[in-house]
Design a protein around this ligand. Structure first.
Ligand SMILES: Cc1cc2nc3c(=O)[nH]c(=O)nc-3n(C[C@H](O)[C@H](O)[C@H](O)COP(=O)(O)OP(=O)(O)OC[C@H]3O[C@@H](n4cnc5c(N)ncnc54)[C@H](O)[C@@H]3O)c2cc1C
Length: 477
């Protein structure tokens, strides 16, 4: 397979029948496999072991950098539903995860070394995959390419991505605030309003949910923030100069609280322009929640990025008025993470709108979590094949978790965009009248039937397993 060594701008890595995939992590390994299985050649570039990242330990492909769990196997939990979806789409990585699973109750946890060895061995043995151990320093100009360099993308590549995306559209760190489901908030206490809207409209309209705090609530919150257990900052983050300046620009609430007891109520918890419905009084402080998705099912705590341990976060937030039953879709965290402001750049086929043929997979695309990243590699790989064959692109049904994730990263509000993992909250709302206990099962069933009928009319163009048929067009911006 011919190719040119990586380096300068505008490099073509491969002849037209070979597709470059950059980064052999979870997403890149799956994407490469899908492309090769469809009958096309792949050059899979991985910079390790020559250049490593601050978190990887080995030279294997698909190394799990932290936990060894891919989430619940229960068929009616979000992770279980996503596993069913990507198994249906014939994921090689999920197949190897199941083969190398270790006992972990109802979770799919793997022997991380055996898993990564097995994936690497399958990639190396594939006749249509060439695994190239080199850092790629700029985005290739090939007509079809998959970029999957992950949350710890090398510096040179990050610069090339920032040049194409615009530096304001590439983040290097997460500053994640918790996200809760709207239906778990107590609307008798938490009121809807935007700042300075007419008092008589408070509680019924407005873009924000507002958790009103009186002086006692506020003082208790500050005490809890100061005493709660925090995640230690990792060595590589503490030494990182980007990280230090980032922490200054985007302070966690607990750090802000330590700078003075009033810092929060003059900062992200300021109550100006808000009035409690009924009494018309201004609260002492306010925790505001802003919607995360078009359906208004998910709400993030504005300016409440935090590095507290997960248990401490849940306890502290559930002690706030009206949040006693809060259902968390995501908890706050702060760490190194390179990702695009994808809603401005990608469509739901994970193709870069301004660079047709360039697909982005994995954490870089704004998906979070091992399983979601494997799924994104699957989707990007399938679409790279369709692009190379001149066919229209595929977008998965919105009732599947993978389809909903792809829609989320391409269509979420771009302001303050943060990576999202597969959660039921990103799916379209269920019809009214379904009992709470039945909702998980109904969502799981809906995903299964949506994917089955999608695949019937849009089979993957894999000459070894399926016959090719036309497929639907991706949403475009
Ligand atoms: C420290 C940390 C801990 C995490 N822990 C978890 C967790 O416990 N559970 C969870 O679900 N998710 C976790 N995540 C989030 C995410 O799910 C994982 O990072 C996941 O591995 C991302 O998959 P990926 O394919 O996008 O990136 P990766 O798996 O990181 O793969 C990217 C690959 O690209 C290579 N690469 C980078 N730049 C270049 C280049 N220029 N040229 C060639 N190769 C390059 C890298 O060496 C790497 O192999 C964590 C993330 C981080 C940063």
């Amino acid at each position: 397979m011919g190719r040119v060594r990586p380096g300068g701008e505008g490099i073509l890595f491969s002849p037209l029948d070979s597709i470059p995939v950059i980064g052999a992590g979870l997403a890149g390994s799956e994407a490469a496999w899908q492309i090769a299985e469809a009958g096309l050649n792949v050059s899979l570039f991985e910079m390790r072991p020559e250049h490593s990242t601050p978190a990887h330990q080995s030279s294997d492909c698909a190394e799990l950098v932290c936990s060894n769990s891919l989430g619940s196997t229960l068929p009616d939990r979000a992770a279980g539903v996503l596993q069913t979806e990507i198994a249906t789409l014939q994921s090689m990585l999920l197949e190897e995860a199941r083969k190398t699973a270790v006992p972990a109750g109802q979770a799919l946890a793997v022997d991380r070394e055996k898993f990564a060895h097995a994936v690497t061995a399958r990639l190396e043995a594939h006749p249509r995959i060439e695994l190239v151990r080199e850092e790629v320093q700029s985005i290739p100009k090939d007509p079809v390419c998959v970029l999957a360099t992950g949350p710890l993308t090398s510096e040179a590549m990050a610069k090339s991505i920032a040049d194409l995306a615009g530096s304001e559209n590439l983040a290097f760190f997460d500053a994640i605030a918790p996200v809760v489901t709207g239906e778990s908030l107590d609307s008798d206490i938490i009121f809807r309003a935007s700042r300075w809207q007419a008092k008589e409209e408070d509680g019924v309209s407005g873009d924000y949910f507002n958790v009103p705090l009186d002086k006692d609530d506020y003082e208790q919150l500050v005490d809890a923030l100061l005493s709660a257990e925090k995640h230690p900052i990792k060595d590589f983050e503490a030494q990182d100069t980007h990280a230090k300046s980032f922490f200054e620009r985007c302070l966690p609430v607990e750090v802000l609280a330590s700078r003075g007891r009033d810092a929060l109520r003059y900062g992200p918890l300021r109550p100006v322009g808000l009035f409690i419905p009924g009494s018309g009084k201004r609260p002492y402080a306010v925790v505001q929640l802003r919607t995360e998705n078009k359906e208004g099912t998910l709400w993030n705590l504005v300016g409440f990025q935090t590095n507290l341990r997960y248990g401490a976060q849940e306890e502290l937030l559930r002690s706030l008025p009206g949040m006693q039953n809060a259902e968390f879709v995501r908890l706050g965290s702060m760490h190194r993470n390179t990702f695009l402001c994808s809603p401005k750049l990608l469509n739901s086929a994970l193709e870069w709108e301004a660079r047709p043929g360039l697909f982005v997979a994995g954490q870089l695309s704004g998906m979070e979590g091992y399983l979601g990243n494997i799924g994104s590699g699957l989707l990007a790989g399938r679409n790279a094949v369709r692009k190379a064959r001149g066919g229209p692109l595929e977008n998965l049904p919105k009732d599947t978790l993978l389809g909903a994730l792809a829609l989320h990263v391409s269509e979420a509000p771009p302001e303050g965009f943060q990576p999202m993992k597969a959660e039921f909250g990103i799916l379209p709302p269920l019809p009214r009248g379904i009992r709470k206990n039945d909702r998980r099962k109904v969502r799981a069933q809906r995903s299964k039937s949506a994917l089955a009928s999608h695949l019937e009319s849009n089979p993957f163009p894999n000459p070894e397993r399926h016959s090719e048929k036309p497929c639907s067009q991706a949403h475009t911006k």
